[in-house]
Design a binder for this molecule. Structure first.
Ligand SMILES: [Zn+2]
Length: 437
């Protein structure tokens, strides 16, 4: 089902005309209302009327995460605080979070773009959706919640955590859809298996997963354990939250960006130069309709690529590749640049391993070392009759995994096979990389 047919299937020229008009309006809006942007545009010597086409977009200055933090909490808001209906904040791990605000109109648009994504993922009005994203300052829970209500779903606001209770609710309420992080979905599936509950006993049909990078291998694992079709969602609180882009169930080959509201670019992370379609780089977004917290050329730090070609589902909205990782998450190990999601892709191809892993970086020596912590697959443990540290096969498995990582990523690692449950499970966003103290 296509929720907003005229927009989601609009001809390119129509979309671009709308984008240019909204971009000019956004520039007028912020120049009048946000001192930071007035100064930035002044320095760049640009007036909104100078923008003749979307080709002029790279003339505008970037906005960075540091700019948002520097104006903590409300310094970049473009409306008086009294007109802000809701506040959210990013899940920053260091220092102050990035605070964002929404007017009533912003929340309307957020619900609309989420409804589009949910419909694209295969949700139909009247069905039940179990939302196990965290509710709170994090945008995941409430983003899915209001989008689902807009689409006409029955929402179960379960929030994150308490896995066994989640499973009880899933069994009793029998929702069609599950929305949560991919790592939590896997954890729920694993806990179900341990409790002897079959996927059919719950009857989930689709899963709406995002808020952390994940691989195709992870998708297959989750689909196998929960018996559903897994669909990728993308968003970040600074731009709006989830709903910036979502996969369509028909193709599941890239996420359609709601580009009538969020104008995407991909730039070279180092130089900031725009990159052509299909080239991997850092995603940059300009909001085109937000009132309270508009952003111009926001550097997301997320690595992806844009694919403007037609899609099987009929939508014309540009697609972005599944996010490979955040530029900040990139590890440099002995001269090799690698994202945790690339390591994940290799690990999940190894049949003898369970789909749980953690990376530990040790920078105490002259060269950083990467330890890859994994667990043996359940089938292997069954064949062994349980976990034993001294199994001779462990050494061979370690070597196999290290060799695969070396072959695929040119990465030298130390593989450590932990006992079952040795890798911490996630009930929210998974922590994939630890720095050895
Ligand atoms: Zn599509």
């Amino acid at each position: 089902m296509i929720w907003d047919l005229p927009v989601e299937t609009a001809p390119r020229e129509t979309l671009e005309a709308l984008q240019l008009e909204r971009l000019r309006r956004t520039l007028e809006w912020i120049r009048e209302r946000v001192p930071f942007y007035r100064a930035r545009l002044g320095e760049a010597g640009l007036a909104p009327s100078d923008l003749r086409s979307l080709q002029d977009l790279p003339r505008l200055p970037f906005t960075r995460k540091a700019d948002v933090r520097d104006h903590y909490p409300f310094g970049l808001f473009a409306v008086p605080r009294e007109q802000v209906t809701r506040i959210h904040a990013s899940s920053g791990t260091r220092g102050k979070p990035a605070v964002v605000g929404y007017t009533r109109q912003d929340l309307e648009i957020w619900s609309e773009v989420m409804a589009r994504g949910l419909a694209a993922a295969g949700a139909h009005p009247g069905e039940i959706l179990h939302v196990a994203y965290g509710y709170g300052l994090f945008t995941g829970g409430l983003g899915f919640h209001y989008g689902a209500e807009r689409l006409g779903l029955t929402v179960i606001p379960a929030s994150s955590g308490n896995t066994l209770r989640q499973i009880m609710l899933l069994q009793d309420f029998r929702p069609r859809g599950l929305a949560c992080t991919p790592s939590f979905a896997l954890h729920i599936g694993e806990a179900m298996r341990e409790a002897g509950i079959k996927a059919e006993a719950i009857g989930l049909r689709y899963g709406l997963f995002g808020a952390e990078p994940w691989s195709e291998g992870m998708r297959r694992e989750i689909e196998a354990v929960l018996g559903l079709t897994a669909v990728d969602f993308y968003g970040l609180s600074e731009v709006i939250g989830p709903g910036v882009a979502a996969e369509c169930a028909e193709a599941r080959d890239g996420l359609h960006i709601n580009e009538d509201h969020f104008l995407p670019e991909v730039v070279d992370p180092a130089s900031g130069e725009p990159l052509p379609p299909g080239t991997e780089g850092e995603l940059v977004f300009t909001t085109l309709s937000k009132e309270a917290f508009p952003l111009i050329r926001y550097r997301t730090g997320d690595i992806s690529a844009l694919y403007p070609g037609p899609c099987r589902c009929g939508r014309t909205l540009v697609r972005m590749a599944r996010v490979k990782g955040r530029a900040d998450d990139m590890l440099i190990i002995r001269g090799v640049n690698v994202y945790p999601s690339q390591v994940e892709a290799v690990l999940l191809e190894v049949q003898e391993l369970a789909p749980h892993y953690q990376l530990v970086v040790d920078r105490s020596g002259t060269l950083p070392r990467l330890e890859v912590q994994v667990e043996p697959a359940e089938s292997l443990l069954r064949a062994w009759g349980g976990w034993r540290e001294d199994r001779p096969e462990l050494a061979r498995l370690r070597e196999t995994v290290a060799a695969r990582l070396k072959a695929a990523l040119a990465l030298t690692t130390e593989v450590r096979i932990l006992p079952p449950k040795g890798v911490p499970r996630s009930e929210g966003k998974a922590v994939r990389v630890l720095e050895k103290p």
